[in-house]
Ligand binder design. Structure first.
Ligand code: N01
Length: 541
């Protein structure tokens, strides 16, 4: 029900989303350029993904201290308790961020943008929210992240379930007690794995519905004592600087040798070492052609399967969780970082159902039915089936271009952006942490900083040059898209049905949705575009 906010709120910039990218943008535009900026968020607090994803076991998979704001006043006054902190710690972290940057005073919570259109006469966006707010703003920054729109398959009877059932990112904030309960988890992506390894420790029976195995890697978790926190703090500035130089925005240097340049012994030694050390080492690659060379890729897969299979007792579960033949190339779907995930399946009360051969076809009041007519009676269901990633939330926000055509419609046949930040026909709109940028292939906050810098610098330039609007040239956007498509074809990514490719959503165009050439290349492209080529790349008025 609309609350009726009669006055129009006039702003310089409206940011949608109070996560990392929204807060970075607010900081750059409000604190550095002195603009009148507000953040609007459908949630009730700061944090974005860390506000919504309260499911059991939720934690980050990029390590401290650089999965964080690189703003000195923030990192110098904060200590992480673990290398991969849990969701609760991020809630406290965002409170800390607010203390330093005073973010909340400029946030409107519990309000969802439902339409946005640009008026060329006034050079302003007119935005409306579900609760009747009207906002006019020169700059519009939907910073909603890549995973804000849940994907819930259309199972028959979903509404009829009488137990507890939630999608992972709409999880209730209060604890769901699974002790003595029969629980089910559908989906084994990063989310499913985290829930499963948590619930399997407590529930009476845990039934996992897996469609595709997750090539999980051991999490190199560490709990920090005071001495290591102090040592980390002393190195944080240098660590942030190192992250700027690597493809993934993580501090480890990328491999320099190709698979064929290494002997079999050297390969075996390094693959085993990376598996033992854990983290994303195996995904970052023991050699630089992991994601382009099928033979190199298979060598990593085989090592992963060998090491993982040795951890699973039951031969049927072993073949499902870590098959001898890979269902897709290693690393073309995001590997989760696990903490004893595979060992949970060695318990007699942890069951594995293969939904690749027998999909879920129905949810009944008391359980889950698969296509072989088996019914699994359960008390609690976690739907961990992921997101309409990248485009989903942007395409359904009612954002219209200069011709009145919806962004979702513009992207129906495929995504076009310039730098993953601007879209032709949508002047003065910026899309941090979304498509055609390094988003899921990098340590998020590291490259988000560059995107926020780009938005700040372009606005600064507009002010200096007396421009009211900028709109990327269609040719510039086409070239950006062509480059992403061309690079994608040189890799193994198209061989996996992943959300990286949009292939997890029925009917969505299948194409690589993200920029994989790495953070330094991406940063250079952003910086270059504001230099001498600016007039060629943008229509300026
Ligand atoms: O989603 P996913 P997610 N019937 O799409 C299965 C970030 N994240 O929420 O692989 C049965 O990866 C689907 O099967 P398949 C992180 O970037 C990070 O887990 O498509 N199953 C898959 O197993 C991550 O990559 C963390 O065959 C169905 C699962 O559901 C991203 O968010 C933690 C199905 C979906 O996996 C998304 O992760 C959590 C169906 N109809 C999330 N439809 C960290 O660690 C889908 N599936 C930081």
């Amino acid at each position: 029900m609309a609350r009726g906010h009669e006055d129009v709120l006039e702003l310089d910039a409206l940011v949608v989303g109070a996560g990392f990218s929204g807060i970075y943008t607010l900081h750059r535009l409000r604190n550095e350029l002195g603009l009148n900026v507000k953040i609007i968020d459908a949630g009730s607090n700061l944090g974005g993904t860390w506000h919504w994803n309260t499911y059991p076991g939720a934690r980050v998979d990029c390590p401290a201290p650089t999965y964080a704001f690189g703003i000195e006043e923030i990192w110098k006054t904060w200590k992480w308790s673990q290398r991969y902190p849990a969701q609760k710690e991020f809630e406290a972290y965002f409170d800390h961020v607010d203390k330093v940057l005073s973010v909340r005073k400029d946030c409107i919570f519990n309000s969802r943008v439902v339409s946005a259109s640009f008026d060329p006469e006034t050079a302003k966006w007119a935005i409306e929210t579900h609760d009747g707010r009207k906002i006019k703003t020169q700059y519009f920054v939907p910073a909603v992240g890549f995973a804000a729109k849940q994907h819930i398959p259309e199972w028959k009877g979903l509404e009829s379930f009488q137990g507890v059932i939630h999608h992972s990112s709409l999880w209730p904030r209060e604890h769901v007690d699974v002790r003595g309960k029969r629980v089910a988890v559908i989906g084994t992506g990063s989310t499913g794995v985290q829930i499963i390894q948590e619930w399997a420790k407590e529930a009476a029976e845990t039934t996992v519905f897996q469609r595709t195995p997750n090539f999980c890697l051991p999490m190199d978790q560490e709990t920090f004592d005071e001495a290591s926190q102090d040592a980390m703090l002393a190195d944080t500035e240098a660590e942030f600087a190192r992250c700027q130089t690597t493809v993934q925005g993580l501090s480890r240097p990328s491999p320099t040798k190709s698979y064929s340049e290494m002997s079999a012994e050297e390969c075996d030694q390094i693959l085993n070492e990376y598996y033992d050390k854990g983290g994303f080492r195996l995904w970052s690659g023991a050699y630089n052609d992991l994601l382009v060379n099928p033979e190199a890729n298979r060598a990593t897969y085989d090592l992963w399967a060998k090491r993982t299979r040795a951890r699973i007792d039951d031969p049927v579960k072993r073949d499902l969780l870590a098959p001898l033949e890979p269902p897709h190339p290693f690393g073309t779907k995001r590997p989760s970082l696990e903490q004893g995930y595979f060992e949970q399946f060695n318990k007699p009360n942890v069951h594995l159902v293969d939904t690749n051969t027998h999909p879920v076809i129905e949810i009944t009041p008391s359980g889950i039915v698969t296509s072989d007519n088996k019914t699994y009676e359960v008390d609690i269901i976690a739907i961990a089936t992921g997101f309409d990633a990248g485009t989903g939330s942007l395409s359904t926000m009612g954002i219209r271009d200069l011709q009145g055509v919806d962004l979702g419609e513009r992207w129906r046949e495929g995504v076009t952006t310039f730098l993953g930040l601007t879209v032709p026909g949508f002047p003065n709109m910026f899309l941090p942490y979304s498509v055609q940028a390094p988003t899921p292939f990098s340590n998020g906050p590291i490259f988000i900083e560059h995107q926020a810098n780009f938005i700040r610098d372009i606005i600064k330039k507009m002010k200096a040059e007396g421009l009211r609007t900028i709109d990327p040239q269609p040719a510039a956007a086409q070239a950006w898209r062509d480059q992403i498509v061309a690079v994608s074809k040189m890799t193994l990514f198209p061989q996996a049905k992943s959300w990286y490719m949009g292939a997890n959503i029925p009917g969505k165009p299948v194409e690589l949705l993200y920029f994989i050439a790495g953070v330094p290349t991406y940063r250079a492209a952003c910086e270059d575009s504001i230099g001498e080529k600016f007039q060629e790349l943008f229509i300026c008025q």
